[in-house]
Design a protein around this ligand. Structure first.
Ligand code: GLU
Length: 273
């Protein structure tokens, strides 16, 4: 069976060598390699970076298959997926501000780092009043209900690790739609991986925790769970992982400094060996 993978950068900056490594691992592995721009955060994403992503991948010689999926053009798709969860009573509106959450989390019995469930405990009347008053709200997944509503085993196959039991509870009642963005990375990634028939998700190990939640969302939405590859992250000379702020390591910067794409590809190959 052909491996179908994808590269899903967010156009919030220029691609750096870490992105190139991820893209190159995917391209060399996949029979079909798709490109997706994860640009739902319209305040942070910029058209100029989206254009640069396409140019830099082409310069590096990494050609994607088919159309580029631009998430910001598909908000209605994500709203429909959210509706399916909402109709089953798996979502609830959360009106909390960051300050509310921080305050509740400092309570003696609060589970560390997780949403304390303040808005889950609102009565139907209180909730309706706040909605009617037009108070902004996020949508959270009721983790307990969601977990109870799935019957299939929650696990994923991770190359190099084998079968892993998913533990979505580590995310608590995760936000699936934000106050300012009517969806979330988790929901869009899971939806689009299914839509793009992705068989192998190849991405950095910083996203391994997200996979645990993605496996639950796949079960809730009736999607298959792909195989996962979580590759190591590249670090800079200071030992810290490369980030968009490290200008010197951007593909653009390297290109301007006269580095040839073949040299970069050879370097990436050596890293993967
Ligand atoms: N858009 C994410 C990022 O740029 C990648 C998400 C994924 O590969 O699932 O970090």
């Amino acid at each position: 069976m052909a491996v179908i993978s994808r590269f899903a950068p967010s156009p919030t900056g220029y691609l750096h060598l870490g992105h190139a490594y991820s893209a190159w691992l995917g391209r060399r592995r996949a029979g079909i390699w798709r490109l997706r721009l994860e640009d739902i955060d319209t305040a942070r994403c910029r058209e100029e970076y989206a254009t640069a992503i396409l140019e830099d991948l082409a310069w590096l010689g990494l050609a994607w298959d088919g159309e580029v999926r631009v998430q910001s053009r598909h908000f209605p798709d994500y709203a429909a997926a959210l509706d399916r969860l909402r109709e089953r009573g798996l979502l609830y509106p959360c009106f909390c501000t960051r300050a509310d959450i921080a305050r509740a989390q400092s309570a003696p019995h609060a589970a560390e780092g997780l949403y304390p469930g303040t808005c889950k405990r609102l009565g139907a009347g209180g909730r309706a009043l706040r909605l009617a008053a037009g108070e902004p709200f996020a949508l959270r997944l009721d983790m307990e209900r969601a977990r109870r509503s799935v019957t299939r085993p929650l696990r994923f196959f991770e190359e190099g690790e084998g079968w892993t039991e998913a533990w979505p509870e580590r995310h608590g009642d995760a936000v699936l739609a934000r106050k300012d963005t009517p969806t979330s990375y988790h929901l869009c990634a899971v939806h689009d991986d299914a839509l793009q028939c992705v068989s192998h998700v190849i991405r950095g190990e910083d996203l391994r925790p997200a996979t645990h939640l993605h496996v639950l969302l796949q079960a809730l939405l009736g999607y298959e769970t792909p195989v996962y590859v979580h590759h190591r992250l590249l670090t800079g000379p200071d030992g810290r992982r490369l980030a968009k702020r490290d200008q010197a390591q951007t593909l653009r910067g390297l290109r301007e400094a006269g580095v040839q794409p073949a040299e970069i590809r050879t370097g990436l190959e050596r890293l993967a060996a």
